[in-house]
Ligand binder design. Structure first.
Ligand SMILES: Cc1ncc(COP(=O)(O)O)c(C=O)c1O
Length: 386
C-alpha cells in the first residue's frame, strides 16, 4: 500500500467511473472476454460442446460473448430466462431445474414459438406429470434425467432402479442425462476437483450406458460446473458442458484455484462515506444489498468477508476486506484488524469490491457498467425475476 490516493484518483478507470452513482456493478469487458475465450477454447480442444449457463449474468451481451455468436445453445435456471433469451433469438435452451406439470403450459408457449426447449426430471412422478401436461398442451418437451453424481442436491444415482422407471415414464420424450457436480465448490485441492470431475463424467456416462442397454435412446450426455469443467482431464462420452460462473469468476473460484483474483471481471463500485478511526473501519455505501449476503469464502482457507477491497482501478488493496455488512453500509477493515491509513481513503473516495459469488452479487443490480481497457463505459441490461 505504497501508492498515494492521489495517484488512484487520476487513473483512467477512476475518471471513467467518477460519474456513476454508487453502489453500482462494474464489469471488466476485457476480463469477461478472456474468461469466455479460455473456457470455449478448452472445451473446443476436447471436442465437447459448450452450453453456457446464462443464470449467472442474465444478460444477452454476456451470453453472446460466451458463445462468440449472436445465439447458440444455452442453459437457463428459470422460465423467465428461457423467455427472455428466446425473445433475443436463442432457440436451443435447456431449462436445468426440475420440471413439474404446473410449469408445462408456460414452457409449451415457447415450444409453440419454435424454441427447442429441453427440461429435466429426476422422479417417476415428475416424468409422468410432464408427459401428461405436455400432451394436454399439445407439445412434446424433450427431457433429460438428472443424475446425482456427488450427493450434492438432486438426481438419481446411475445404478438406481428408478433410472429405468423414469426413462419408461418419459417414453419418446427421453433425450438423455445430465448432472451438476455442485459439491466441487467444497473441494479443498485441485486434485480433489479432478477426482470430482471424473465422478461427474462417469456418473452420466454410466447412466447413459444403462439406458441404452435397455433400448432407451440417450443422445445427450450433459455435465457442468465451473470447477470440474476447468480441471476435468477427460470428457469422453460427454456431449456438452454447462458452465456459468466462469464468465465473471469470483473469490470462491479464486479460493478453489479455478482462477486468479486478477481474472475476476465483476466488482461493485462503492464510495467511502465514513471513518471509524477508533475501530479501524472505513464505512462505504455498499452493504449487503449491493454485495449480497453470500459468504461463500467463509468455508475456504482465506475468508474474504463480504468481498476483497480494491482501488478504483481494480487493484486489490490487501489486506482490506469488507469485514462486515449492514443493509446499506459496508464495514471495511484490514484482515489482520491492524491500523488503516485513513488519509489514503478520504470521505468520497471510490473503491471496488470483488464478490464472493458473482451470481449473487450480480443479482442485486439491474445493469452492468461495462469497462473496456479500463475506461470506456457502456451499460448492459440485466433482468431478474421468475
Ligand atoms: C444444473 C446446473 N448446471 C450447471 C451449472 C453451472 O455451474 P457453474 O456456475 O459452477 O459453472 C449450475 C450452477 O448452479 C447448475 O445448477
Amino acid at each position: 500500500m505504497t501508492e498515494t490516493f492521489h495517484a488512484l484518483e487520476t487513473s483512467a478507470a477512476m475518471d471513467a467511473t467518477r460519474a456513476l452513482d454508487t453502489p453500482c456493478l462494474l464489469l471488466d469487458g476485457d476480463k469477461l472476454e478472456r474468461n469466455c475465450d479460455r473456457m470455449r477454447e478448452r472445451l473446443l480442444s476436447h471436442g465437447v460442446a459448450l452450453r453456457p449457463h446464462v443464470k449467472t449474468a442474465k444478460c444477452v451481451e454476456v451470453a453472446v460473448t460466451a458463445l462468440r455468436a449472436p445465439a447458440g445453445p444455452i442453459t437457463v435456471s428459470t422460465l423467465r430466462e428461457a423467455e427472455y433469451f428466446a425473445d433475443h433469438g436463442f432457440k436451443d435452451i435447456l431449462y436445468a431445474v426440475g420440471m413439474v406439470a404446473d410449469k408445462v403450459p408456460r414452457a409449451a408457449q415457447l415450444v409453440k414459438r419454435g424454441i427447442d426447449l429441453g427440461v429435466i426430471v429426476d422422479s417417476v412422478d415428475a416424468a409422468r406429470g410432464l408427459v401428461a401436461a405436455a400432451e394436454r398442451a399439445g407439445v412434446r418437451l424433450p427431457a433429460l434425467i438428472e443424475i446425482d453424481s456427488d450427493g450434492h442436491r438432486a438426481g438419481v444415482t446411475p445404478d438406481d432402479p428408478r433410472l429405468l422407471e423414469i426413462a419408461s415414464a418419459l417414453g419418446p420424450s427421453l433425450k438423455g442425462v445430465m448432472t451438476h457436480a455442485g459439491e466441487s465448490y467444497n473441494c479443498t485441492t485441485v486434485g480433489a476437483i479432478e477426482v470430482m470431475a471424473q465422478h461427474e463424467r462417469e456418473a452420466v456416462v454410466n447412466a447413459a450406458k444403462a439406458l441404452r442397454a435397455h433400448s432407451h435412446e440417450a443422445p445427450v450426455v450433459s455435465v457442468g460446473s465451473t470447477p470440474t469443467a476447468t480441471f476435468a482431464r477427460s470428457f469422453e462420452g460427454v456431449t456438452e458442458v454447462r458452465t456459468g460462473v466462469y464468465v465473471f469468476q469470483d473469490l470462491v473460484m479464486a479460493g478453489l484455484g479455478v482462477c486468479s483474483v486478477n481474472d475476476i471481471a465483476l466488482s461493485v463500485l462503492a464510495t467511502v462515506i465514513g471513518h471509524q478511526r477508533e475501530k479501524n473501519w472505513l464505512i462505504t455505501d455498499a452493504g449487503w444489498m449491493a454485495l449480497s449476503r453470500d459468504r461463500g469464502t467463509a468455508r475456504q482457507k482465506v475468508d474474504q468477508g463480504y468481498g476483497l477491497v480494491c482501488d478504483a482501478a481494480g487493484r486489490p488493496l490487501e489486506p482490506l476486506i469488507v469485514a462486515d455488512a449492514n443493509q446499506e453500509h459496508g464495514i471495511v477493515a484490514r484482515r489482520d484488524r491492524g491500523p488503516i491509513d485513513f488519509a489514503r481513503f478520504p470521505i468520497g473516495a471510490r473503491l471496488r469490491v470483488l464478490p464472493n459469488h458473482a451470481c449473487a452479487t450480480a443479482a442485486q443490480f439491474p445493469e452492468y457498467q461495462v469497462l473496456r481497457e479500463g475506461c470506456a463505459l457502456e451499460a448492459w441490461e440485466r433482468f431478474s425475476g421468475w
